[in-house]
Design a protein around this ligand. Structure first.
Ligand code: HEC
Length: 368
């Protein structure tokens, strides 16, 4: 692995290539001037370790591969989704995700989507491939460290392997396909009190490299099926399959069917409450920090906040951002369905946890 260290804005000429220590040891590249290390700023040693761990995991678990091949995607997903993965350990309760269209635009003025670490590590990040190369720099303007990973996007997968049709918007799909770099913005997380990856952005603003696949023509976006964000394919399966925990929960999980049904029942109530006129990928309300609710996986990472915000009459709101209380009956029905979805989700997770709990090997060493 080769890394470049730069204390941006301080020592532009101090850019220097260093060889990484083989494993586990962060580079001894204390090339930051002391004035970067003032109180309240992330600790550069810990950020260095984080960058090294993340790059190693991404490079090993999600290496460059053919952009249509679903097997490396599944392998990558399995590693990143694991609760103790480096990625999961370095994400806060909610991570912000989006395109970097303009390198000069401050993050606070950027449209980003909020994700729970589970849905993010399972359905978004595995769509990218890595070679383990990265750079770390301190960005004075943002007051955050940035880790830039060399990356490429899998642009030829089956549609159901994307959490929603990214090609509903040409510009979005074009940047996804042309991604050559993924940027992780690292700051102190007020909740955890330590450095976390607060924001991640994909972009084509890095150096061009050979693993970026040729672009394919934007697939036809059929608003009648895809704009529903959740659709049923010719074989009668709910799509996108990844948003039904496909590959995360085992096919034998007895709760999968009820999870799908519970989501659909809740989604009808979301429609009554007008939630889906705002909480969908095309972001009609132009939310700065978009919350998505349009599939089971997206709703799963938000379900606690859904219940709280509806119970406390903070949601829904009107187009002016003013609370718009629902009729009591509608509100109670929504809360009932949301609670039902949360219970099925908990049961499905518990089933997976019990299944993967370490067991005493049977005599002869065969697995139990
Ligand atoms: C007119 C657009 C609009 C509608 C309709 C709407 N929301 Fe929101 N929602 C927003 C915006 C904007 C935010 C961000 C609020 C903020 O952070 O200030 C938000 C935030 C949220 C959040 C995150 C809350 C948190 O704790 O951070 C949840 C959950 C949510 N909405 C659920 C719902 C549900 C459920 C409905 C339907 C009952 C709904 N919303 C209807 C615009 C809308």
């Amino acid at each position: 692995m080769r890394m470049l260290w730069a204390a941006a804005g301080l020592m532009v000429t101090g850019l220097s290539g260093v060889q990484a220590a083989p494993h586990g040891v962060p580079p001894a590249a204390a090339r930051f001037k002391a004035d970067v290390l003032t109180a309240g700023k992330p600790d550069q040693g810990r950020v260095a370790l984080m960058a090294h761990e993340l790059a190693r995991e991404l490079g090993e678990a999600c290496p460059f591969a053919a952009p249509q091949d679903a097997r490396p995607l599944e392998a990558c997903k399995g590693r990143l989704y694991a609760p103790r993965s480096a990625l999961r350990r370095h994400l806060p309760a909610f991570v912000l995700w989006g395109r970097m269209r303009d390198a000069a635009l401050p993050l606070k003025d950027t449209h980003l989507t909020q994700f729970g670490p589970d849905v993010f590590s399972a359905t978004y990040l595995p769509l990218f491939m890595f070679d383990g190369n990265y750079t770390v720099a301190y960005d004075e303007r943002q007051n955050l460290y940035r880790i830039d990973f060399v990356a490429a996007f899998r642009n030829r997968l089956q549609p159901g392997l994307y959490p929603y049709p990214f090609w509903h918007e040409d510009n979005k799909w074009s940047i996804y396909q042309g991604t050559n770099r993924l940027t992780a913005w690292v700051g102190i997380d007020p909740q955890a009190g330590v450095e976390k990856v607060k924001v991640m952005q994909f972009s084509a603003l890095g150096a061009p490299h050979a693993a970026v696949p040729d672009k394919i023509a934007t697939p036809v976006f059929d608003p009648d099926t895809h704009a529903k964000w959740l659709w049923t394919d010719a074989a009668g399966r709910t799509q996108p399959q990844v948003t039904l925990f496909d590959g995360l929960f085992s096919a034998g999980n007895p709760h999968l069917k009820s999870l799908d049904e519970a989501y659909r029942a809740m989604a009808l109530k979301f429609r009554d409450g007008d939630c889906m006129s705002c909480h969908v990928p095309n972001n009609p309300d132009k939310m700065k920090r978009l919350v998505l609710l349009q599939t089971p996986a997206h709703a799963a990472s938000e379900i606690e906040r859904v219940i709280e915000s509806v119970r406390d009459d903070r949601m829904p709101i009107d187009e002016f951002g003013i609370e718009k209380p629902m009729p009591t009956r509608m509100k109670n029905e929504l809360l009932d369905q949301a609670q039902a979805f949360a219970s099925v989700l908990a049961a499905a997770r518990a089933w997976e946890a019990a299944r993967s709990a370490p067991r005493t090997p049977a005599p002869g060493g065969t697995k139990g």
